[in-house]
Design a protein around this ligand. Structure first.
Ligand code: AHR
Length: 527
């Protein structure tokens, strides 16, 4: 495998093998000499990893298996994804309610008022993320919080329905009282549909409040609760990633500091995670949060690389005299992953179901901060994070997102988005790299022009570039293609490695190049 791979790429680059127009010369006419007597250095075992960002609905409506959209009614548009259901003479009224919040971090709920339920059905429907994919024979776990007002309904019927109204699965919860309580039931699908919806309908008239209405397939990836979509988890696992960088990207920065990604808001009971506005154009539930990412890395056998906001957003910077809580967040994130169960955050990790520490060895300080004339702003923040973290966790490797001059960098993160020609022409980019400088993490790269929504031309150019990374992996420790995922209904960034809708998924040619390289990483370089 190794040899066939080595044999074909130089031939392709030299133009000996033509794809498309022109004379076709067989690849096996290329000649290559391998010097076994003078082996070079080892190839970095962490060279090929992945970069997960909450972009293009990669998580919500993607890898995160939640099927209900706007489950906690906190979306800016209030009732988006929810609609009235009224059959026969029965009617339903929907309103956002803030009078009696489920908890302080989930202030809004849905007030559903029905009448005429003796003559027909009335309720509320959720269309999920561009339709819910329901598979015949599979079960789905419904969970919701409910309370009735006064003599309102105490029983709710839940159905999964096809667009033509066929009932695919049915369940019910009863005993709804006047205080908030969590209810759950199983919905077993006797038929399937790619674009189903969830309908919740009270059996009697009156008002009921609903919140955190959630539906997960029982079969998540690795069977985890609050887990991952199985097909997408498998596509990720097939990449055999040595590491996972998460949760962004610009997602970490936020358009404003108020929308920066803060890991503490993403752990614990999903019903008490406030979620936040994501600069990629939608609200993030943060249901796929810090703990879930660490768990995913453990399940994949990958090194976690956590990106922490360093007090810089696209539209704002935390003043240095107010930076302390942001630095503390980084220390607490490390304690959450690495601390003993007797520590504050280690205890929280144990309460969240993982008493054993997670193997977190890499943290990136910021994302794409300090470019151009903002370098001094980044450098002073990097220094604060560096000093605080290294004092307690000297062995954690810190990644600087641009080269800094005032503190050491364990790694520095390079990003490249460019044309196929640029990538193919940049095979030697790191050949003359200063070996005394920091080690390198090529954190984001992809052909982004002349590539449609991902094509072979882009993949070949990336493959050529990757040969250069591999050849220089004495200095290049890690690399990851970007972005990883796109939901076809919300393509904010193009191209991407894994394409999906609610029901199906596949890898682009770039995905397959990533897989090929990661699964055939050489141990040793041979001239
Ligand atoms: O990968 C998409 C975006 O590209 C990332 O969010 C950002 O880091 C880069 O600019």
């Amino acid at each position: 495998m190794l040899f066939s791979r080595f044999a074909i790429w130089p031939a392709l680059l030299a133009g000996l093998v033509c794809l498309g127009a022109g004379p076709v010369v067989r690849a096996d006419e290329a000649s290559i000499t391998v010097d076994l007597a003078h082996p070079g250095g080892p190839v970095s075992p962490t060279l090929y990893g992945i970069f997960f960002e909450e972009i293009n609905h990669a998580g919500d409506g993607g890898l995160y298996a939640e099927m209900v959209r706007n489950r906690s009614f906190e979306d800016a548009q209030g009732l988006s994804s929810w609609s009235v259901v009224s059959d026969g003479a029965a009617t339903a009224k929907l309103a956002l309610n803030t009078d009696s919040p489920l908890n302080s971090r989930n202030p809004r709920s849905l007030k559903l008022e029905t009448s005429g339920t003796g003559t027909g059905r009335a309720g509320v429907a959720n269309s999920g993320y561009w339709g819910m994919a329901v598979t015949k024979g599979h079960s789905y776990a419904l969970s919701l919080y409910a309370r009735r007002e006064g003599a309102g309904p105490d029983t709710l019927v839940a159905t999964l329905e096809s667009p033509s109204g066929d009932v695919l699965a049915k369940g019910r919860v009863s005993g709804v009282g006047t205080e908030w309580k969590q209810f759950s039931c199983k919905l077993a699908a006797k038929e399937g549909a790619a674009d189903a919806r969830l309908v919740i309908s009270p059996t009697t008239d009156g008002a009921v409040l609903l919140d955190q209405a959630s539906l997960f397939p029982k079969r998540t990836w690795k069977g985890r609760e609050n887990g991952l979509r199985r097909d997408l988890g498998n596509l990720v696992a097939d990449l055999a990633p040595a590491f996972v960088r998460f949760p962004g990207g610009c997602f970490v920065e936020g358009d404003q500091l108020a929308n920066a990604s803060r890991w503490k808001e993403s752990v614990g009971d999903p019903a008490a995670r406030p979620g936040h506005w994501n600069l990629w154009g939608y609200r993030s539930t943060d249901g796929l949060g810090y703990h879930e990412f660490l768990q995913m890395c453990e399940d994949l056998g990958s090194e976690p690389l956590f990106v922490i906001n360093c007090g810089m957003a696209h539209g704002g910077v935390v003043p240095m005299d107010q930076l302390e809580p942001w630095v503390q967040d980084a220390l607490d994130a490390l304690e959450y992953a690495l601390g003993p169960v007797t520590s504050t955050w280690g205890a929280q990790r144990a309460r969240n179901g993982h008493p054993k520490p997670f193997a977190l060895r890499y943290m990136e300080i910021g994302n794409e901060n300090g470019w151009g004339d903002t370098l001094p702003l980044y450098e002073e923040r990097y220094a604060r994070f560096y000093d605080a973290i290294k004092a307690i966790y000297p062995s954690v490797k810190l990644v600087a997102n641009v080269p800094v001059s005032n503190r050491p960098m364990d790694l520095v993160d390079d990003h490249y988005y460019n044309s196929p020609e640029w990538f193919a022409g940049s095979v030697g980019r790191y050949d003359k790299q200063d070996r005394k400088g920091p080690r390198i993490y090529v954190g984001e790269y992809a052909v982004t022009s002349g590539c449609g929504q991902g094509n072979l031309r882009a993949a070949l150019a990336e493959a050529a570039f990757m040969m250069g990374l591999e050849r220089n992996s004495d200095i290049i420790e890690m690399a990851s293609y970007a972005p990883l995922f796109v939901n076809v209904a919300d393509r904010k960034w193009n191209p991407d490695a894994i394409v999906f809708d609610s029901a199906t998924s596949f890898g682009t040619p770039s995905y397959h190049v990533q897989k090929l390289f990661a699964r055939n990483r050489p141990d040793l370089l041979l001239p």
